[in-house]
Design a protein around this ligand. Structure first.
Ligand code: DC
Length: 204
């Protein structure tokens, strides 16, 4: 089974993805973390073809053999990964790895282009959204940052890059179900998603 979860930054994809992966015994693939690890490599002066990204069962991300999981969530990497993600060479390199993972295992994969480009044949496609202000508040909490306006501006710039890029722009797949996560707990969002998945499984 392949479950694709797409949506903008801080819409709740990672929390839902982890939850569903545990419930359905799938490998959880956070593709945003792969773009982040690649951006970290470029930031360290590596060329694209010198970069090797690997993901473990436990969700750790390795950059050329080094566990960089703890270094990926900074505002600098927010920004750099967003800029790098418009490069077709970057996307080709990471999409290849993502598709290979889904050949080997049942996956819950989250990102921006999973239902549309990476796994167009996924049995379940979920598109998560929340208002920009709710997403900015979540991100600010995650960064321990009080300047919500600055975070909101950064998110708006990243949203625009995701939506406007010519290759693999952020959009719901035609057969995706949209869940709005505003003011909902993880449990509430997960219940909606599980309801959808169970109905879909009945018809497979
Ligand atoms: O989901 P995230 O914020 O960790 O993703 C980091 C950046 O990577 C984000 O700005 C957009 C980009 N990205 C992408 O273009 N395609 C994906 N499938 C996943 C992330």
């Amino acid at each position: 089974m392949k479950i694709a979860i797409d949506g903008p930054a801080s819409s709740g994809k990672t929390s839902l993805g982890r939850h569903l992966a545990t419930r359905y015994d799938c490998l959880f693939v956070d593709t945003g973390a792969m773009y982040r690890a690649l951006a970290l490599g470029v930031d360290r002066g590596l060329a694209l073809d010198e970069i090797e990204i690997m993901l473990t069962e436990e969700g750790k991300i390795f950059l050329n053999g080094e566990d960089v999981t703890a270094s990926l969530r900074s505002r600098r990497i927010d920004q750099l990964s967003s800029e790098m993600a418009i490069d077709p060479k970057v996307r080709r390199k990471l999409v290849r790895i993502q598709q290979q993972l889904a050949k080997e295992r049942d996956v819950v994969m989250e990102g921006r282009d999973i239902g549309t480009v990476v796994l167009p044949d996924a049995e379940i496609k979920i598109f998560l959204t929340a208002t920009p202000s709710e997403r900015a508040q979540r991100r600010a909490r995650e960064h321990g940052c009080l300047d919500i306006d600055a975070i909101a501006n950064e998110i708006a710039v990243r949203d625009a890059r995701d939506i406007d890029r010519s290759i693999s722009p952020l959009k719901p797949a035609k057969d995706a179900i949209t869940i709005v996560t505003n003011k909902k707990s993880l449990e509430e969002v997960a219940l909606e998603a599980i309801d959808l998945i169970e109905k879909r499984i009945e018809h497979l």
